[in-house]
Design a protein around this ligand. Structure first.
Ligand SMILES: Nc1ncnc2c1ncn2[C@@H]1O[C@H](COP(=O)(O)OP(=O)(O)OP(=O)(O)O)[C@@H](O)[C@H]1O
Length: 237
C-alpha cells in the first residue's frame, strides 16, 4: 500500500483548471519532490492531500484513508507544513506546541521533545509574534512533525532557515523517512529537492508531465553537460 495515493484528481477554480487528472503514489519510506512552474497546481495538490480542499473529481488517500471520506483518520496520520506557515502569534512557542499536543492527543513530554528536536528550547517562552522569520519556520516544522507523522507534506520547508537549521531539518526529515514515513515536498529550489527527495514528479498546467528517480535527472544533466535545473526547466516548458 502506498502511504500517499492520488487518483485522477481534478480541481477547477471558475474557468481555471488547476488540476486536470493527477495520479501518483508515494510509498511509505519514500521521498518525492513535486516540481512545477508557478501556477502548475502544486499547492492545490498538497491542499487536497491535506484534506483542506475538496477535489471536483478523483480521490486522495493517505495511510490508506480517503481524505474526504475518513478525514479524522487521514489527518491523524499526516503532518502538513504549508508555505509561510503562521503559528498562533499571540501564544508562546511552548503554548503553540502544547495546543497541538492536546489536539493530537500527545503526552506533555512531546512538547519538550519537539523543542529539543528543532533547537528552540531557549525560545520556549517567547511569543510566536516576536520570533524571527527563520525561528517561526522552525516552530512551524516542530508543529508539523511533533506526532511523528507517517505522511509528511512539506511546502518550501527550508525557507528562511539558516544553514545549520537547514541541516538539522534535513536530518529530521530523513530520520522520519528511515522510520517509514513518506515525505512529499513541493519546492522551487532544485538543491532542496535533491537534498530531500529520491524521486521527482514534474507537474505543469495541472498534469504530471514527468516522474522518475532524481538520479535519472542527474544522469540526463550529466549526459547533456547541463545543470539539473536546465533539464527540469525543459520538462516544465
Ligand atoms: N483559491 C483559488 N481561487 C482561484 N484560483 C486559484 C485558487 N487557488 C489556486 N488557483 C489557481 O489554480 C492554479 C494552480 O494554483 P496553485 O497554487 O496550485 O499553483 P502552484 O503550482 O502552487 O503555484 P506557485 O508555484 O506559483 O505557488 C493557478 O492558476 C491559480 O491561480
Amino acid at each position: 500500500m502506498g502511504c500517499i495515493r492520488a487518483e485522477g484528481l481534478v480541481k477547477r477554480f471558475g474557468s481555471v483548471a488547476a488540476l486536470s487528472g493527477v495520479s501518483f503514489e508515494v510509498g511509505c519510506g519514500e521521498s518525492v519532490a513535486l516540481l512545477g512552474p508557478n501556477g502548475a497546481g502544486k499547492s492545490t495538490t498538497l491542499r487536497i492531500l491535506a484534506g483542506l480542499l475538496k477535489p471536483d473529481a478523483g480521490r486522495a488517500a493517505v495511510c490508506g484513508y480517503d481524505v474526504q471520506a475518513r478525514p479524522r483518520e487521514a489527518k491523524a496520520c499526516l503532518g502538513f507544513l504549508p508555505e509561510d506557515a503562521v503559528p498562533f502569534l499571540n501564544l508562546t512557542v511552548r503554548e503553540n506546541l502544547q495546543y497541538m499536543a492536546v489536539l493530537r492527543g500527545l503526552p506533555d513530554s512531546a512538547v519538550d521533545e519537539a523543542l529539543k528536536l528543532l533547537g528552540i528550547e531557549e525560545l520556549a517562552d517567547r511569543t510566536a509574534a516576536s520570533l524571527s522569520r527563520g525561528n517561526r519556520q522552525r516552530l512551524a516544522i516542530a508543529l508539523a512533525v511533533m506526532h511523528k507523522p507517517r505522511v509528511l507534506l512539506l511546502d518550501e520547508p527550508l525557507n528562511y532557515l539558516d544553514i545549520p537549521a537547514q541541516q538539522d531539518s534535513v536530518k529530521l526529515f530523513q530520520s522520519l523517512k528511515s522510520s517509514g514515513s513518506a515525505i512529499f515536498v513541493s519546492t522551487h529550489i532544485m538543491s532542496v529537492a535533491e537534498r530531500l527527495a529520491d524521486k521527482a514528479l514534474v507537474i505543469n498546467r495541472g498534469r504530471i508531465v514527468w516522474q522518475g528517480p532524481m538520479d535519472e535527472l542527474r544522469e540526463k544533466a550529466a549526459d547533456a553537460g547541463e545543470r539539473i535545473e536546465d533539464v527540469v526547466a525543459r520538462l516544465m516548458r
